[in-house]
Design a protein. Sequence first.
Length: 336
Amino acid sequence: MSSAILEVHELTTKYITRFKEDVYAVDHVSLKVEPGKSVGIAGESGCGKSTLALSLMGYYFPPLHYTSGDIIINGHRITDMKPDDVRKNILGNEVAYIPQSAMNALNPTQKVIHFIEDVIQAHHPQTTKKEIYELARERFEMLGLPATVLQKYAVELSGGMKQRTVIATSVILSPKVLIADEPSSALDVTSQKMVIKMLMDMMERGIIQALIFITHELPLLYHVTDDIMVMYAGQIVEKGTSDEIVFDPIHPYSKALMGSIIVPEAGLRDVKLTAIPGTPPNLKNPPSGCRFAERCPLAMPHCRVGNIPLQDIGGGRSYRCIIPEEDLRKAYHHAG
């Protein structure tokens, strides 16, 4: 029996446009998250990261549709469950989500405590308002937020405070898995540090058992996650530990992504900045072969043919490319 708290097997989900076109934003994605572990998902905007986050929770509302694959959260196969059962028994209890633009997620007409009451009573209607307040006060103070926040409206909170309030509210029922979608974007550096520390504290205190952290800032994941998955055009193109992906990427896209960002880490400061040419493919009609081929400096004619599978090279490391690992490394060495 697997010890993973979250298992995903060959998950495929799509959007159906108003012209009845299929857009496969998540294409045969597999992953496992063990208790006590954090996994990062990185990639450019539009690569499918946020769609994957929604898909992992079984949050399928048109135009997003489930196509195939399995999702198992803490023993629950949610792909076999009815939407109402997922909403009542899984969301909030087993898995929680911090959306992009979380600072705008609070209802401006409600005090924070009333928002929390709605969340808890939707799952546990027998809970009294006094019990909810005590739970919320204890949880907020545990995460470094003063209890006075509970009696405030969103307009009375700073951007960083709003973000931390949304996070604390998301985990009020102690979900097993927390999916954080760009939780530190649009914040100043100080607020980013506070949000990241808050996420780490929740893991250490056992409020959550596993974390999935989504961002386009690949180096940020080095400080937050144990493992990283790099996503491109709906597919996972590389998996490995945070050290491996940040300091020793194999796939040309991972390599290019690292080379396009200024990072402070020792060993990467002298890396020459390079732009990634071109744009990602249109997923209404994805190209055959490697989806990165049109932008890849190492692409060859046979890179554009057939299906390119993930190559498992041992130790939990894999990459989606037909070029042998040693040849890729030689090419990188000669390039610079």
